[in-house]
Design a protein around this ligand. Structure first.
Ligand SMILES: *Cc1c(COP(=O)(O)O)cnc(C)c1O
Length: 387
């Protein structure tokens, strides 16, 4: 089947396994080699084979990953980077110029907030925070003529707020701005923002896409060819590309994304059921719960509700810290989206840098990245830790 057919006709799982690479013509190798090369022999000056010239510009292992993730997001072009933040910086500076303005989530991933607040701002880009779940506030934060990007995450981290992607695209486009969606928490299996009107998708492939906590990476997927050309130019000109081994690991991870995500969702649902009936647990935050304010929108735009669960304990911060330190199957650590379950205290760990700002999170909040271990073991572990 040709690349184009994979993109247009195949189901998600088939694209995840086949898109971006055809078995090698010379050897039949089913999996792309890790092309550990910086340069390529030219057949006469300028006689490039397949366009490969230098591995910052393009490398065949990275090309396979880029084709694969573009197919999964149903975009035109994919680009792989050394980290999620490198992808973000490249996208922002492909679109914006000093003096421009962007709207960002008021509960953005901490590293994203720091990038806008401490790096892009110095460079001359202004930003205003707005809650992704409140369309009126997002619209009000736009400065007509100056706002070039409305940047959203959905679900957000760690409070799992939901933004209505189609409605946000309408608001951004009415103002002449682009809608960028950080799709890290949902993964392309659960949500395809480009099909809902977004102009660009960002991933920290470190998380669900890679899925095994063994690689740091980022990706961008766009649907407009003019934007693709700008991003391609900046990817090469700025140089924060994914290396061949990292690309290979990420591509390997993507092949199993669908089955992993379904198990992440199954296990998260079991954990949510357990937590909602536990006397020492207060609010359980999960977009799959009917009580979640974004439930209806999430149901419309996501296939399922994901593997991230946050909850508040009734015993305050000290109890939250105890729970985090007592689990044995859930590993105490930052990051998310790997096969192993992780637990963390956002207030003291991932979100410590936003203490005292509008982005501060409750001190009794615990965040889980529910992995794909045996669900009964995860529940028994939480039961012991909460006791
Ligand atoms: C981790 C993360 C990032 C940053 O990605 P890195 O790969 O760590 O640079 C961006 N957005 C979200 C939602 C994340 O979880």
């Amino acid at each position: 089947m040709s690349e184009q057919q994979h993109r247009n006709k195949s189901g998600f799982e088939t694209r995840a396994i086949h898109a971006g690479y055809e078995p090698d013509a010379a050897t039949g190798a089913v999996i792309p080699p890790i092309y550990a090369t910086s340069t390529y022999k030219q057949d006469g000056v300028g006689g490039l084979r397949g366009g490969y010239e230098y591995s910052r510009s393009a490398n065949p292992t990275r090309t396979a990953l880029e084709g694969n993730i573009a197919a999964l997001e149903e975009g035109e072009r994919g680009f792989a980077f050394a980290s999620g933040l490198a992808a973000e910086d490249t996208l922002v500076r492909s679109i914006c110029r000093p003096g421009d303005h962007v709207v960002i989530p008021d509960d953005a991933y901490g590293g994203t907030f720091r990038l806008f607040d401490k790096v892009e701002k110095v460079w001359g880009l202004e930003h205003s925070p707005a809650p992704v779940s409140d369309l009126e506030k997002v619209a009000a934060a736009i400065r007509p003529g100056q706002t070039k990007v409305v940047w959203v995450e959905t679900p957000t981290n760690p409070l799992l707020n939901i933004g209505d992607i189609a409605a946000l695209a309408g608001i951004a486009h009415d103002a002449g701005a682009l809608l960028v969606v950080d799709n890290t928490f949902a993964s392309p299996y659960l949500q395809q923002p480009l099909t809902l009107g977004a102009d660009a998708v960002v991933h920290s492939t470190t998380k669900y896409c890679g899925g095994h906590s063994d690689v740091v990476g980022g990706a961008l997927v766009v649907k407009d060819l003019d934007l693709a050309e700008k991003v391609g130019f900046h990817q090469n000109a700025m140089g924060a590309v994914a290396g061949p081994f990292d690309s290979w690991l990420t591509l390997r991870g993507l092949k199993t994304l669908a089955v992993r995500m379904d198990r992440h969702c199954d296990n998260a649902e079991r954990v949510v059921d357990f937590l909602t009936s536990h006397p020492k647990v207060g609010d359980v935050i999960y977009p799959g719960l009917e009580t979640h304010p974004g439930h209806e929108v999430a149901q419309r735009q996501m296939k399922r509700f994901g593997g991230m669960v946050s909850f508040r304990v009734t015993g305050g911060e000290s109890h939250a810290l105890q729970v985090c330190e007592r689990t044995e199957v859930f590993t105490l650590g930052e990051s998310l989206g790997g096969v192993e379950s992780l637990i963390e205290h956002p207030g003291r760990m991932t979100h410590a840098s936003v203490a005292g700002t509008d982005l501060e999170v409750p001190a009794d909040l615990v965040r889980l990245s529910v992995g794909i271990e045996t669900a009964d073991d995860l529940i028994a572990d939480l039961e012991r830790a909460l006791a």
